[in-house]
Design a protein around this ligand. Structure first.
Ligand code: SAH
Length: 360
């Protein structure tokens, strides 16, 4: 039981069961007791480890891919360099270090960080003390000018709703009162226009998820990029379309019951890239590209070797282990996927697959 268990129980007692999305929003972002609002969850001592925290090579190669895309579009100045959910600021710091060698890039960039957690904003300010980022928690605040955008493990933290198929209707998974804690319960099935497109590819009893908050974020980024130029790299675990229950809670690197300790565990769900790609139109969506393939095409093997030459002993071993962890299919190489957005007619972002052929 946590302070949020009581708070959520009181709310359900007064208003009835809440959606998983509302539950996730409270657990992650409640200003007093929310997970991101109160802690730094990253790294070996925390609850999970993300790619930028594994090796500097991740951010360096992403930085160079973004800078190449900026050069390919004629080096517009000024432009926004934005990251959503920057965590400790490590990815942005590595992007900035790698792009120092790109003539004009730093002079033209205006850094914007989209971050809801005051605690993590402080960590980012410290890490990026040599720069002058601006912060916002509203994607709509992104300036109306060219935008190069990155997000790693941001969309997986956005609240999802979950539905079980019953005939041609959908029963929503709700969080309800238990004695003494919380439990999952199914609402009565209803027809749902937002899920009409899933009737042909699902059967009775199948579970699908919707992430309502992802759509406006994707729409704003896509609108800025299609109108003013730029590119986005959206990196997350997931696939084109969800099927099945992907809602999960992690504490100290282990899966736990998502309802057991609200506010103390990280809550995520796999990211569905199809609705993101659709919402970002008229920006052009690349084909979904596995993280391992993307990093290999950008030359991570050569970079890993160059760094290894300067290391010895356990430092060298852990550097090479980090390279494998980022790229191998059985590690993060295929679990994590990347979607790029570019303006119609612009060069693709280096390392990314071509757009999916459109449906006939
Ligand atoms: N990109 C980082 C951190 C990923 S964790 C990394 O790869 O290490 C998710 C990040 O998104 C955290 O910084 C969290 O505070 C932020 N976040 C979660 N929900 C958010 C929201 N609705 N608006 C803005 N930031 C959010």
């Amino acid at each position: 039981m946590t302070p949020l268990t009581d708070q959520i129980r009181r709310r359900i007692a007064a208003e009835g069961p809440i959606t998983l999305a509302e539950y996730m929003r409270i657990c992650l972002l409640d200003p007093a007791h929310g997970y991101y609002a109160t802690r730094d969850p990253f790294g070996a001592a925390g609850d999970f480890v993300t790619a930028p925290e594994i090796s500097q090579m991740f951010g360096e190669l992403i930085g160079l891919a973004l800078a190449q895309s900026w050069l390919d579009q004629g080096s517009p100045s000024p432009f926004t360099l934005a990251e959503a959910g920057p965590g400790r600021g490590t990815l942005m710091a590595d992007i900035l270090r790698a792009t120092r060698v790109v003539p004009g890039f730093h002079a033209a960039m205006r850094i914007v960080l989209i971050e809801a957690s005051p605690k993590l904003r402080n960590a980012q300010a410290e890490k990026l003390a040599d720069y002058t980022p601006a912060w916002t928690d509203k994607i709509d605040d992104l300036p109306r000018r060219p935008l190069w955008f990155v997000a790693n493990e941001f969309f997986d933290a956005l609240p999802i709703r979950q539905f079980h198929r019953h005939g041609d209707g959908w029963a929503e998974v709700m969080v309800a009162l238990d004695d003494p804690g919380l439990r999952l319960a199914l609402a009565a099935p209803l027809p749902l226009p937002e899920l009409a497109h899933r009737l042909p590819d699902t059967r009775d009893g199948d579970i699908v998820e919707l992430c309502p908050a992802a759509r406006p974020v994707a729409a704003t980024i896509g609108q800025r990029i299609a109108t003013y130029g730029g590119a986005a790299l959206l990196i997350d675990y997931g696939g084109w379309r969800s099927l099945g229950d992907t809602f999960q809670a992690l504490t100290a690197h282990e899966p736990v019951d998502p309802l057991a300790a609200p506010g103390l565990a990280d809550l995520t769900a796999h990211v569905d890239f199809e609705p993101i790609a659709l919402a970002a139109a008229p920006a052009v969506a690349s084909g979904l590209t596995p993280q391992g393939a993307f990093l290999e095409r950008l030359g991570i093997a050569a970079r890993a070797e160059a760094l290894a030459r300067r290391l010895s002993g356990t430092a060298r071993d852990s550097h090479l282990a980090a390279y494998r962890r980022l790229t191998l299919p059985e590690e993060m190489g295929t679990l994590f996927q990347i979607l790029a957005l570019t303006p119609p007619g612009a060069s693709p972002v280096p390392g990314m697959n071509d757009p999916r052929p459109s449906a006939p």
